[in-house]
Structures are given as C-alpha cells and as structure tokens.
Design a protein around this ligand. Sequence first.
Ligand SMILES: C[S@@+](CC[C@H](N)C(=O)[O-])C[C@H]1O[C@@H](n2cnc3c(N)ncnc32)[C@H](O)[C@@H]1O
Length: 226
Amino acid sequence: MYLQDNQRYWERGYTAPNVDSSLFRFYGRILKPDFPQLRGKRLVDFGCGQGASVNFLHKVGFDVVGVDSSSTDIEAGRALFPHVANRLELCDIDPGKVPYYGFADNVAIVTAVQSLYYLDDDHFEICLRKLADAMEPGGVFYATMMGTRCDEFYKNSTPAAGGLRKVDFRNDRIQVSDYYMSFIEDEDHLKRKFHLFKPLHIGYYAARFREDEGDGFHYTFCGIKE
Ligand SMILES: C[S@@+](CC[C@H](N)C(=O)[O-])C[C@H]1O[C@@H](n2cnc3c(N)ncnc32)[C@H](O)[C@@H]1O
C-alpha cells in the first residue's frame, strides 16, 4: 500500500532543515554530491543575516565564517546560535573598507544569498574581487540575485545611480523606502555580473504566497574560481 511505501521513505529521515532556503538546495544538489573533496574546508557566507546558513554549514562540517554589515543581525545570530557565535563577524558595509571577508586566503567556497544586490556597480566589483581573491583555484562560488521578474520590487522601483534602482512601496506587511538594489535582467546579464567566475550552473527560484504580492524571482549563479 502506498502509505507504507511513503512511511518507509520518510523514515529514512528528511534532511533538509530549511526546505525553502536556496542555500540548503545548493548544498544538497551541487556542493555535497559534486564537490565532496571540499567538505571541511573554508567557507565564507557573505551577508549571512542572522546566521541560519552558517549554523547549517557548520553542522555539515565546513570551516565557515558568516559576515554581515548589520550589527542587529550579527547580534541576533550570536544569540540564536551561540555555538557558532565566534563565526559570525560584523563587517563594514563599504567593501572598499574591508580588507577581506572572513578569511584572508584559502577559501574554498563562497555563498551569498540575497546579499550582493545591495551594492552599486563599483562596490559590487570591489566586493566580488575581494571574495574571489581570497578563494583558491577550483573554489565554488554561489550567489542568488533578484531578477527584474520580481514584480513587486522591480515595478515599484525607479533608476538610481551606479546601476541601482530605488525601491519604494508599502503593503499591509512591509514598507520599503530609501532602499537601493540592483536587478538581473537575464542569464547573460547574470554571467556578466559574475565574470570573475566560470559559470557552472545557472538557475532560479520564485515563490508567491499571496495573490496581492509579487513573485519573488531570484536567479541562482554557481561558478568556479579558475
Ligand atoms: C535579504 S538579507 C539575506 C540574509 C541571509 N543571507 C539569508 O539568506 O537569510 C540581506 C543581508 O545582506 C546584508 N548586507 C547588505 N549589504 C551588505 C554589505 N555591503 N556587506 C555585508 N552585508 C550586507 C544585510 O545586512 C542583510 O543581513
């Protein structure tokens, strides 16, 4: 009977601690199966927020450091995940003022989930180069970037300097104002943006939970440091 088959299947354990996060999908679909030799190596999570990914990546065996420019998020992360508190580092929001992110060298993996699109073209380039310079050849880089198909943000934005757009909208849940970000138009644009890495996998994720909200379309980029 199918229920017994399903029971047997699920009894093996469902090892996706946060099923909706693209980071866990990146780990399960790319990093773990295709790069077993990188397990235990140095990993930098850029824009780690409150550290959920750092906690997960530490648990599965990486020497991980999460960096974020928000002291609120870093403090919240340290309280939420005390066993990795010393792996959550506050950094300056200006990449030009940061010598390196997390580790000076021998970084095998960089992850940046929904965090690199808050930089204008010049700052993005400085930040990307710093991350790439600290990586060893053959290292894996993974980032998610908001696409112009993310209606609610894109349609409520206007052009600003440096390749950014100023987003301004309000609904019952959130208010976004004085908020600057960049959007990715298509896969070619994504590849140009991450030109320091050889593209390995290009993907996307999108979700909409209410009909009065837009689709949260994000591209995913996975590349190799040559
Ligand atoms: C949308 S949140 C994503 C957080 C986390 N990656 C996650 O998936 O939950 C964006 C994060 O990027 C951080 N951030 C924005 N600009 C940054 C910068 N220039 N340097 C470092 N962190 C930055 C913010 O503080 C925020 O925690």
